[in-house]
Ligand binder design. Structure first.
Ligand code: B4P
Length: 185
C-alpha cells in the first residue's frame, strides 16, 4: 500500500475525519491545508491575515500562498516516508505545482469520498452548532460546494487511474473500513 495519499471530497465529505484515522494507521503526517490556514489565522500571521478574507466567504485562498505553505510542510523530515494530504491540491494549478515540486514523490493514491450535498450540509450545520467555525453557515457552505464542483472535481480526471472512489456515507468506522479495503486492493 502506498503511503502518499490524497483525500478528495466535498466540504463536509469527511476528508479530515478519515485522513486523521489513516494517518494514525500508516504512521505518516496528516497535512491539512484548511487546518494550517486556520492555525495561521489564529496566530495572526501575515498568511493568516491574507487568507481570512477568502475563507470567511468560502472562496479558495490564492494558489501562491497555499502552494508555498504546503511545499514547506512537505519538505520536513517527517513527510519523507509518506503523507496524507487533505484539502490540497484543490484545483489543477495546485496539482501541477505539487507534481513539479515532488517529482517522483508525488501522490500515489487519491481517495474520493462520495457523499451527496444534502448530507454534507447537514454535517456542517451540526458542526457549526458544536464548534462555531466561521465558514459553517448555510450560504457559505453552498458556495464552498460550488467552488468544489468548479475547481476541485476536475482533479478526479487529473489523477485518473490513481483514483479510488469510496462511498462516504454511513458511520465513520464503516467508511474507514472501505478506505482500507480500497487501499489494500
Ligand atoms: P477545509 O478545512 O479543507 O474545509 P472543507 O473542504 O470545507 O472541508 P471540511 O473540513 O469542512 O469538511 P470535512 O470533509 O473534513 O477548507 C476550508 C477553507 O480553507 C476553504 O473553503 C478555503 O477557503 C481554504 N482552503 C483550504 N485548502 C485550500 C487550498 N488548497 N487552496 C485554497 N484554499 C484552501 O468534514 C468534516 C465534518 O463532517 C465534521 O464535522 C465531521 O464530524 C463530519 N463527519 C465526518 N464523517 C462523518 C460521518 N461519517 N457521519 C457524520 N458526520 C461526519
Amino acid at each position: 500500500m502506498g503511503r502518499r495519499i490524497l483525500f478528495l471530497g466535498p466540504p463536509g465529505g469527511g476528508k479530515g475525519t478519515q485522513a486523521k484515522l489513516l494517518t494514525n494507521a500508516l504512521g505518516v503526517p496528516h497535512i491539512s491545508s484548511g487546518e494550517m490556514l486556520r492555525e495561521a489565522i489564529a496566530s495572526e500571521t501575515e498568511l493568516g491575515r491574507k487568507a481570512s478574507e477568502y475563507m470567511a466567504v468560502g472562496d479558495l485562498v490564492p494558489d501562491d500562498l497555499v502552494v508555498a505553505m504546503v511545499k514547506e510542510r512537505l519538505r520536513r523530515d517527517d513527510a519523507a516516508c509518506g503523507y496524507v494530504l487533505d484539502g490540497f491540491p484543490r484545483n489543477v494549478d495546485q496539482a501541477e505545482a505539487l507534481t513539479t515540486a515532488m517529482d517522483s514523490h508525488g501522490i500515489e493514491t487519491t481517495i474520493v469520498l462520495d457523499v451527496d450535498e444534502a448530507q454534507t450540509v447537514a454535517r456542517l450545520l451540526r458542526r457549526a452548532e458544536l464548534e462555531g467555525r466561521a465558514d459553517d453557515n448555510e450560504a457559505t457552505i453552498r458556495h464552498r460546494h460550488e467552488v468544489f464542483r468548479r475547481e476541485t472535481e476536475p482533479l478526479i480526471a487529473y489523477y485518473g487511474d490513481r483514483v479510488r472512489r469510496v462511498d462516504g456515507t454511513g458511520s465513520v468506522e464503516d467508511i474507514f473500513c472501505r478506505v482500507i479495503s480500497e487501499l489494500a486492493s
